[in-house]
Structure formats: structure tokens, C-alpha cells
Write a protein that binds this ligand. Structure first.
Ligand SMILES: Nc1ncnc2c1ncn2[C@@H]1O[C@H](COP(=O)(O)OP(=O)(O)OP(=O)(O)O)[C@@H](O)[C@H]1O
Length: 249
């Protein structure tokens, strides 16, 4: 185990005997940059830099899911406050606005009407340029929960429902976990989602839309699994390591 924060890599060296690296850093920027360095120095990193970049960005992921025929919330990308408001006026409220890069539900807002949208967009326009890219999703009507499925290669090894009193069901925001049965439909969809971002070990987040059935709203490049292990009793980290050892053989 190597703590990324203790790492200083001389980039012209070969990686000293790392071979295969299972990337587990939860900080997005440390994650992709350490992956880039390690890959460049000859290590095989799971997931790859390519997957880190693709899955780390909600717009890139959306486009890939769509192209691979994986159902995903309808979305709009707008490049100014005015264009975003116009799009929401056309598509209707509520809408969800998300940073293209981010996790744990941070800075994700539900825009219930034009006044709320106008206020949030004004703040975003005053922030770093990345926040002036407005990624909007339809609000999916669903039971008060979502699903996190852990995909290791060609299997969903475990899945949980995440429920909370808030419309955002992230565990980081106080969500609670319970086991979710894995259906064939869900497994196929998750494996397609993994392939769409060219990943190997990923966490796929799904919602059960009242209108459209299962939709995938995110693919996590470095999936957390503590609560899944606890409620499903599946030893996810061992399965990840078995997969990597099988791949390396
Ligand atoms: N389009 C949507 N409609 C309804 N609810 C949504 C929608 N998108 C997200 N949510 C809710 O908001 C939560 C956070 O969304 P999302 O997973 O996209 O954010 P995140 O910051 O990437 O979270 P993480 O990476 O930790 O899973 C989801 O778990 C889900 O409960």
C-alpha cells in the first residue's frame, strides 16, 4: 500500500518493481496525475489514465454511455448562464446541475424553478472557468434511493441501494446502505457502462426511473466499497486482487 501523498516520483526513472498498480486514491486530481506518472514510467495501472479521464468527467461519460446504448438521464451542456436558462425554460423544471468533475454529491443542485436556476448559475459564473460549463440533467423520478454496483471485469460482484432523507443519496451525505439483488438486466447494463469508459474495475451508479426503468448516471473510476462489503458480506477487495492476479498471469 502506498499513500499517494507520500509519493515523489522522479519521472525519468522506471517504476521500481510496481508491476501492476491498483489505483485507490480518492482525490480525483492526485488519482489521474499519479496514474499518468506511473503509466508513463512503465507500470500497468487499473484503471488506466484513459478511464480516469473519461469516467472522471460526467459529460464525457454521458456521451460514451449514450454512444454505447446505455440508458442515462437526458442531459444538456450549456456554455453560458443565458444558454443554460434558455435550455431549462425549454426542457422544464426541476433540473439537476452538476460540476463535470466532482464526487460525494458536492455542488450538485436541484433547480426547482427559474429563480433558483438563475441564482445558482450566477454563483457558478463567478467561479473558476470549469464551473462556467453548465452540465444539466433531467430530474429522474424514482424511489428515494439509487444503486451502486461494483463491477470487476465481467461480473457485478455486489450491489447496494443507497437511501437517504435527501434527494441526493450519497453515503458521504448520510445515506444508508442495504443489499440490492443483481438482475441480469442490471449486470448487462453495468458491464456495458464499464466497457464504455474502457475500465476494468468500476462502480456503476444507477437509478430506477419510474418512466424509463434503470438508467446509469455515473461510472466511478476508483469505487469505494466499505459499505458494500459490510452489508453484502462480499469480500470486494479480495475479488479485485484475484482479478488483477488473473490478468497478470
Ligand atoms: N438526474 C438525477 N435525477 C435525480 N437524482 C439524481 C440525479 N443525478 C443524481 N441524483 C442523485 O444525486 C446523487 C449524487 O449524484 P452523482 O452520483 O451524479 O454525484 P457525485 O458527486 O458524482 O457522487 P459520487 O461520485 O459520490 O457517487 C445521486 O446519488 C442521486 O441520488
Amino acid at each position: 500500500m502506498i499513500d499517494c501523498r507520500k509519493l515523489a516520483l522522479r519521472l525519468e526513472d522506471d517504476v521500481p518493481g510496481y508491476g501492476t498498480v491498483l489505483q485507490r486514491c480518492v482525490s480525483y486530481y492526485r488519482n489521474v496525475h499519479s496514474t499518468a506518472a506511473l503509466e508513463g514510467m512503465g507500470a500497468r495501472v487499473v484503471n488506466s489514465l484513459e478511464t480516469g479521464i473519461l469516467a472522471g468527467n460526467k459529460l464525457y461519460t454521458h456521451m460514451l454511455l449514450q454512444r454505447h446504448g446505455v440508458p442515462t438521464p437526458h442531459a444538456t451542456i450549456a456554455f453560458s448562464k443565458e444558454a443554460a436558462l434558455e435550455a431549462m425554460d425549454r426542457r422544464g423544471y426541476p433540473a439537476i446541475i452538476k460540476p463535470t468533475v466532482g464526487s460525494w454529491g458536492r455542488m450538485i443542485s436541484k433547480l426547482n424553478d427559474r429563480d433558483a436556476a438563475d441564482g445558482i448559475l450566477e454563483y457558478r459564473e463567478a467561479m473558476y472557468p470549469i464551473y462556467q460549463v453548465h452540465y444539466l440533467e433531467e430530474f429522474i423520478k424514482r424511489p428515494p434511493r439509487d444503486i451502486r454496483a461494483i463491477v470487476v471485469g465481467d461480473r457485478v460482484v455486489a450491489a447496494i441501494y443507497r437511501a437517504s432523507g435527501n434527494w441526493k443519496t450519497n453515503m458521504a451525505l448520510g445515506g444508508t446502505a442495504s443489499p440490492c439483488p443483481v438482475t441480469v438486466e442490471m449486470e448487462d447494463m453495468c458491464i456495458n457502462a464499464r466497457k464504455a469508459v474502457r475500465g476494468q474495475i468500476v462502480g456503476v451508479d444507477l437509478m430506477e426511473s419510474d418512466e424509463r426503468g434503470l438508467v446509469v448516471h455515473e461510472v466511478n473510476n476508483t469505487t469505494e466499497f466499505k459499505n458494500t462489503v459490510r452489508v453484502c458480506g462480499v469480500d470486494v477487495p479480495s475479488l479485485m486482487l484475484d482479478y488483477l492476479l488473473g490478468e497478470a498471469a
